[in-house]
Write a protein that binds this ligand. Sequence first.
Ligand code: NDP
Length: 447
Amino acid sequence: MPIHERLESVYAEVLARNPGETEFHQAVREVLESIGPAVGKHPQYADAKIVSRICEPERQIIFRVPWEDDRGEIHINRGFRMEFNSALGPYKGGLRFHPSVYLGIVKFLGFEQIFKNSLTGLPIGGGKGGSDFDPKGKSDREIMRFCQSFMTELHRHIGEYTDVPAGDIGVGSREIGYLFGQYKRITNRYESGVLTGKGLIYGGARVRTEATGYGTAFFVNEMLAARGDSFAGKTAVVSGSGNVAIYAIEKVHQLGGRVVACSDSSGYVVDEKGIDVELLKEIKEVRRERISAYAERVSHARYVAGQQVWDVPCDVAMPCATQNEITGKEAERLVRNGCTVVAEGANMPTTPEGVRLFQDAGVAFGPGKAANAGGVATSALEMQQNASRDSWSFEYSEDRLEDIMRDIHTRCLETADEYGMPGNYVAGANIAAYTRVADAMLALGLI
Ligand code: NDP
């Protein structure tokens, strides 16, 4: 889709100001392409240069993270925190530890987070952070030392009313524990609301671990229902086998579908009887092994090395690993194999060409900023519980999550209808999210 002519100069400026940050350019372009219809309808946004302001982070923090491995060798990594937009609330968004992390990745994630958080309807702004540190193969002590060094700098920039990080790729409950411990030690404050994704015994919330994956499955359930369909008898393929993937698989099974394949960065496994989630949790969460271990333990399962999971035919595809994992080629294959619903558990896992192919083929396509918003929404519920020193039951929290996902789904479809693009979840999500942030920015004046 072309960018609205009044936004072309904004995009040109983003390219010029942020050279080489291709993932950031991609994320901005996708939003600018779809908010065109809102530009004519709301001239007051243009007068206040809202889009240009949204594309420029409020604050960018880059810092050195020195740490020592178990042999006494010193390593230097780079840490980032992108405090992108706080019109709706404190900056909120995860930390990613992965060797591919650089400014362009953190900016794309922070930018996406503004819109995702807006779409939840909750009072949270957008931010993201991380490091090019690779947790793979590191001992527990090394992970702890890295997290402590990372927080030694990060602590000056965050706080329950300022910026509230959480997990993402490579950052799970173990890392959040070490980060929170160091924050508490340095600040001498037991400030539970400064991080989300915490363990239950020190201020965490029930369902936060499951929330992103469960939320994505709830979103698919709504997409199916909107087409007069359900999960019953449907097969699904999920990429990844981390936090989002595991709980997406678990909820798809509870909703009556069958996930027949999942993956990691080395390959994928197929289990036609349905992935055994308890075994998957043991392999990935407890033993921290590769996905190939699944096929070694399940005689009827098979492992395919070095290939992407999208070769496996399915009704529903749920990319839950990383950005740009479905290009035009994989999208074509999925459509050819009969896939009719795609929902992104990961952030921006589908390239623009892939999205276009799905939409042209009539596949219902749920973008990540809508489909995976359950994680951050439940983080906001964790903040609510921390603020009131309360702890909600699993059932109550899960009901809230399901309601939030249903509301997001409705908001996407109603907005798409209102702007003349029925069934277009990408346009619906972007316009609904954008107008809420824009209205808040107008109300707060030029800041
Ligand atoms: P995890 O680290 O728990 O799991 C990531 C999974 O994706 C692993 O199976 C990993 O395989 C695979 N993966 C990561 N990078 C690559 C790569 N470059 N190529 C192929 N596979 C890869 O992360 P999460 O499950 O938390 O996050 C997954 C996605 O969901 C990310 O896009 C994240 O931004 C998004 N997300 C996460 C939320 C959360 O609450 N955790 C919230 C909203 C979105 P391997 O182990 O081999 O690297």
